[in-house]
Design a protein around this ligand. Sequence first.
Ligand code: HXC
Length: 259
Amino acid sequence: MTYQTITSETKGAVTLITINRPEALNALSTKVLSDLMEAFSVFGDDDTQHCAVITGSGDKAFAAGADIKEMVDKPAADFFLEDFFSGWNKLTASIRKPWIAAVNGFALGGGCELAMMADFIIASENAKFGQPEIKLGVGPGMGGSQRLTLAVGKAKAMDLCLTGRMMDAEEAERAGLVARIVPHDKLMKEAMKAAETIATMPPMAAMVNKEMVEAAFETTLTQGLLHERRLFQILTATEDKAEGMKAFVEKRAANWKGR
Ligand code: HXC
């Protein structure tokens, strides 16, 4: 499958998706969204694929935000009538398998928001995160005010949204936005290694673990604990649970069935 604004390639059980508009610092145009929708749909439907990595092409940017040139002359009524940016919610909701953002440079505005949609972020030491939309007379539109606040708390989310400043990888890791920082030239190797590790896990358990953690952002503790227990109990009915526990007891590697 070929795309206009991204590339998508399978490497073993991992799908590597690269936003490919380096001339615009990988700005997220409407076409990027529709290409990503297609690529993630192919990833979701392919039973040989168990984890995805998303990154930006070039050395400078993961994505420098939504495409400002696409928005500059757009009438307000069109933003409303198209429910502009709502497609990103549909994209996120449709991805049931784990995916990692490998942030190689600027992750600003929509770029930061896309990285936060992923299950976790591995950042190059050169990564820079921010929600600078206020400088354009707007605010985050793809989830930044919500996901950033949930990730780093009110103080830093307010600081970033109101001043529009960037934070570097170290600050982002300290704040809990980033899972790991790696040397710039090792970013893809480390992100692919993490994805390959995830891809060796029993696939249903991987999907359920993702769903369990996601529930923490949606619900009360009591409901979340119940949801977790029920999902755990459902997993005990899988062939992979029987195999995983038997393999442990027999001191051998498990042979996953994926069901
Ligand atoms: C369209 C963009 C872009 C963007 C960069 N470019 N960001 N095009 N949309 N978000 C383009 C530039 O126009 C330029 O192309 C080329 O990429 C290189 O960018 P430069 O600015 O020349 O690079 P540099 O001087 O190194 O500065 C890098 C930067 C800066 C600090 C990242 O590009 C920047 O501030 N970008 C915008 C960041 C931003 O505000 N993001 C939030 C977007 S709004 P040309 O051809 O012109 O030379 C958003 C949600 C909005 O995400 C919600 C609204 C409802």
